[in-house]
Design a protein around this ligand. Structure first.
Ligand code: BJW
Length: 258
């Protein structure tokens, strides 16, 4: 049985599936990744100046303007076939009474918009902004903020409700991710370079457990040697092939090239 057939069969039989996604899942929607050497955000911007609490403290106008521009750009993007395939897989698993946990590092909300039920957003999300004084959350409309940094009526300023370098991830989200990874039957890590912790540790936990583990990325990652199958190609092509095909493994379909 080839890799494709093994994975399709496992997805159809699994009582519990856990998926970790990263920026590579959204790039086919037009959202840039972080570490692509040409197009990645960190090739053009310095994360130390934009994605740390210290950067926000030093220049809140710069940081909030940058995040607001990204928020508006995300609103103009649409879910792609990778998001839709994962939403479909979730419906299939739930229809047979199974468990499905989608953990995403992405802050773009495209999984929600594709129909995924309750993804665990371990790095927060760009569409919620938090008052620095009260912790209250707002969801701004489709217009830019009138000023940067945006002022809250409570005497604070609003910051994006995302997790910057050096900040703690939500404890409940991490616990759900690690628990699902440790106990699932099939684990997929998709479109993530696997270098940012503690998120990458979720894959390590899955690889130590009983799950069949699969990676889908364009290039090898530090996780490639740990998983059972490392597939190279676009998530928007590979995932629909894994989810759309029927349950019989020997249908002769392979993966499309990138
Ligand atoms: C495709 C594709 C296609 C392309 N189809 N694939 C242990 C060891 C070392 C360091 C640390 C450690 N523990 C903690 C750290 C420090 C730090 C860290 O991990 N640093 C490393 C980078 C060295 N971690 C933290 O600071 C975290 N906090 C923390 O640990 O707190 C603990 C603490 C303790 C005590 C006191 C205080 C704190 C927080 C990390 C937060 C990360 N935040 C960001 C920014 C979010 C907001 C924003 O968007 O601006 O999250 S950084 C950025 O990286 C973003 C992403 O979610 C994250 C992961 O990136 P991702 O998704 O993997 O994207 P890429 O670009 O890296 O990869 C894309 C992949 O897709 C590639 O593989 C491509 O091949 C593939 N691809 N197109 C399929 N079409």
């Amino acid at each position: 049985m080839d890799a494709h057939a093994r994975i399709v069969e496992a997805l159809h039989k699994a009582g519990s599936i856990c998926v970790l996604t990263g920026a590579g899942v959204s790039t086919e929607s037009g959202v840039p990744t972080f570490r692509d050497p040409q197009e990645g955000l960190w090739a053009r911007y310095d994360p130390a100046r934009l994605s740390t609490p210290e950067a926000f403290e030093a220049d809140p106008a710069l940081v909030t303007r940058w995040y607001d521009e990204r928020r508006l750009a995300c609103l103009a993007c649409r879910p792609n076939p990778a998001h839709l395939a994962l939403a479909k897989l979730e419906r299939q698993v739930r229809a047979r009474g199974g468990q499905f946990t989608l953990i995403t590092q992405n802050i773009d909300r495209l999984h929600h918009r594709a129909g995924s039920g309750n993804p665990v957003e371990i790095h927060g999300n760009l569409h919620e902004w938090r008052c620095t004084k009260t912790g209250r959350i707002i969801e701004p409309g489709p217009e830019p903020f009138p000023e940067y940094p945006p002022r809250s009526p409570f005497g604070g300023i609003y910051r994006p409700n995302v997790v910057w370098f050096g900040e703690m991830l939500p404890q409940w989200a991490l616990e759900r991710g690690f628990a699902a990874a440790a106990t699932c039957d099939v684990y997929l890590t998709i479109g993530t370079s696997g270098v940012v912790y503690p998120a990458a540790g979720i894959t390590e936990v899955a690889c130590d457990g009983k799950a069949l583990t699969v990676e889908i990325t364009l290039e090898p990652t530090p996780m490639s040697g740990l998983v059972d199958f490392a597939l190279r190609g676009k998530a928007g092509r590979i995932l629909p092939q894994l989810v759309e095909v029927d349950a019989h493994p020997s249908n002769g379909r392979g993966f499309d090239p990138v």
